[in-house]
Design a protein around this ligand. Sequence first.
Ligand code: URA
Length: 235
Amino acid sequence: MQLERLLQKHGFGTRKGCRSLIRNERVAVNGQICDDPFAEIDTTGLIFTVDGVDWPYAEFASLLLYKPAGYECSRKPVHHPSVLTLLPVQLRERDVQPIGRLDEDTTGLLLITDDGQLNHVLSSAKRKVPKVYLATTKHPVDQALIDQLLAGVLLTDEPEPIAAAAAEKAGDNLLRLTLTSGKYHQVKRMVAAAGNRVEALHREAVGDLSLSADLKPGEWRWLTADDLQKLGYSA
Ligand code: URA
């Protein structure tokens, strides 16, 4: 792929802007400055560098973000900044979008991508991808709460009761809940319907992919082939 096109694909601005970055010797390919915008670059395993920052060649930008509280997943947020503001501008330029939504006050694992197929597959109701949440509850977690969540609770506007795929006590006021659907405020509504109340909510995992221990709230990393496999997705 031509270097100029490669930079444009990775969100570094217009072709003209990318050309000038290259001509001004601000771009290196596998560690070597390249000032030819039309140089043909082998993209296999490529790392390119712009202004000293390394970027992997990525056909799609698929990321895992540790969502902090106080950010909205909407691209047009109303009351709080968008989670997308936590990403470098080059990724936002690629038109990445959150896969599903977490509430503004929910923390934890959020997947973000510009790969329409990945987004579609993981959002599809048919696939029933499990999502694991840790809820801090107002009242202690007891067996009655767990039994109700596993048996199914009726939510307003839903025709049938919805059951958790798994529910367990994780502490006096901590509930670990696995859901295979993603309805609006689903955890909060299910817990409320079972007579308790969610005071804080954190998503620990999607499919077999857990939030990396090395990420802090607000930090992100690229998804690896191994991660995609854990999500049950092969491109
Ligand atoms: N369920 C909720 O109630 N909120 C979230 O953010 C995610 C699941």
